[in-house]
Design a protein around this ligand. Structure first.
Ligand code: FAD
Length: 419
């Protein structure tokens, strides 16, 4: 069997490494001419860290990222609403890593080149269309390094891992149109700062319409600092969606005033914004869930399958898990079409659920309750949100996202080691 993966992002490279692990030949086509360390912070949850560890990449992850120990929610006044343990502290056998997305991308690229050979990671190739011919699938691609020459390649299976603007998905759903803009903007950056809240906490403060998120994503360049990812997010009722571009820089004046009073004893947000040179603007977007990912010999993974709002820090992790579950299916089933169909039937419902829950603030729903019930703050949070209600919000999301410690620690591997 030969597999073709379209897209050399987090999901596509994990797919390639996983197929290599089970001895299936694979070629990856990536549109970018060069792999660049683009992006800022991303979270890799224990379910995905388990998968990368089983691919032999656990130590690389540990060296690049921060093992996040707690997730803490605060109201806009900086009062603690809820805190929960994360990663090993929460009982998982694997940590949660907060990491620079570009560093993760480079690490996966280097591992792919080393294991599969550079010839099987073909950059500068833009997928345009596919055709299923008998028991093969043929892709047409544009070779940007060779004057946009059109080439064809054939495989037994084609996996669309080409992100939120997936051209593979577009061929399957030509009427779908652009991603849905949720009328919110995220301003994002990563800078070296002094550690806050113990140096391993992800902090979210505010409410649905305005919030800040800050967390360390690895060692800083200066002694005593950590590379810290921060996000300022706001509803912008009248704005048209800005172009989605992970590299577009904007001036801080665009949003600074709205956050100038968000100064707490545990984090000084205006000082953090002031100290930052490069700020990226990104619209909050996703797509409606679809009712089929697999069509014969073609399927979708990662953001191509279920682009989701970043609430709950799920996109990167679930992309990795998709690739591993699909690989497991291909290992177990002799008929690849049946494998793709089973992956679709089992994986799609929970991921569609995560997408819809994220639109409703996902695990951060407690912050909105705190804002609605106690906009001026509180003396005792238990009087505002009873503990049982808080626990229900947190645990119901974690279960659907595959983040129950007992279930994760005890389940068999998606891709059993052949040793
Ligand atoms: C440049 C970039 C920066 C990002 N930064 C962040 C961040 O800071 N924080 C965060 O949480 N998430 C970030 N993301 C999104 C995050 O990586 C994804 O949500 C998640 O990891 C799922 O990964 P994916 O592999 O499915 O999609 P992606 O990571 O989007 O990867 C898709 C890949 O497919 C390639 N591609 C697209 N179209 C074609 C085509 N027609 N032919 C061939 N290849 C194609 C793209 O170049 C890209 O490399 C970023 C994505 C990108 C592309």
């Amino acid at each position: 069997m030969q597999v073709m993966v379209i897209g050399g992002g987090i999901s596509g490279l994990t797919m390639a490494l996983s197929l290599h692990q089970i001895g299936v030949p694979v070629r990856v086509y990536e549109a970018a001419r060069e792999v660049a360390p683009l992006g800022v912070g991303i979270n890799i949850q224990p379910n995905a860290v388990r998968e990368l560890t089983e691919l032999g990449l656990g130590q690389d992850l540990a060296a690049l990222g921060t093992a996040t120990q707690a997730l803490s929610f605060f109201n806009k006044h900086g009062q603690l609403v809820w805190t929960e343990k994360r990663g090993r502290e929460a009982g998982f056998d694997w940590p949660q890593y907060s990491i620079h997305r570009g560093k993760l991308q480079v690490m996966l690229t280097e591992a792919t080149r080393a294991r599969l050979g550079s010839a099987n990671l073909r950059t500068g190739h833009v997928f345009e269309s596919f055709e299923q011919r008998g028991d093969k699938v043929v892709a047409r691609l544009r070779d940007r390094r060779n004057g946009d020459a059109v080439i064809e390649d054939e495989a037994d299976i084609l996996v669309g891992a080409d992100g939120i603007h997936s051209a593979v998905r577009h061929q399957l759903y030509p009427q779908e149109g652009e991603p849905q803009f949720a009328q919110q903007i995220l301003w994002r950056a990563a800078i070296d700062t002094a550690p806050f809240l113990g140096g391993a906490t992800m902090a979210v403060a505010g409410h649905f319409h305005q919030r800040v998120i800050a967390y360390p994503i690895g060692p800083g360049t200066k002694p005593g600092t950590l590379l810290t990812n921060w996000i300022a997010q706001m509803t912008v009722p009248d704005r048209a969606p800005p172009r989605e571009d992970w590299s577009r820089k904007v001036p801080k004046e665009r949003f600074f005033d709205a956050f100038k009073d968000w100064r707490y004893d545990w984090l000084d947000m205006p000082a953090l914004i002031e100290a930052t040179d490069e700020i990226f603007e990104f619209p909050l977007v996703d797509r409606n869930p679809i009712d089929r990912w697999s069509f014969g010999r073609v399927t979708l993974i990662g953001d191509a399958a279920h682009p989701t709002q970043p609430t709950g820090s799920q996109a990167g992790s679930q992309a990795i898990v998709d690739a591993r579950i699909l690989t497991g299916e291909l290992l177990r089933q002799t008929d690849p079409v049946a494998a793709l169909a089973h992956y679709d039937a089992t994986r799609r419902p929970p991921m569609n659920d995560v997408t819809l829950r994220n639109r409703n603030f996902g695990p951060e729903a407690a912050l909105q309750l705190a804002e609605e019930r106690a906009p001026q703050g509180f003396v005792d949070i238990d009087d505002v949100i009873p503990r049982a209600e808080m626990e229900e919000i947190s645990s119901s999301f974690q279960k659907i996202a595959g983040l129950d410690p007992k279930l994760l620690n005890e389940r068999a591997s998606f891709v059993p080691s052949r040793a």
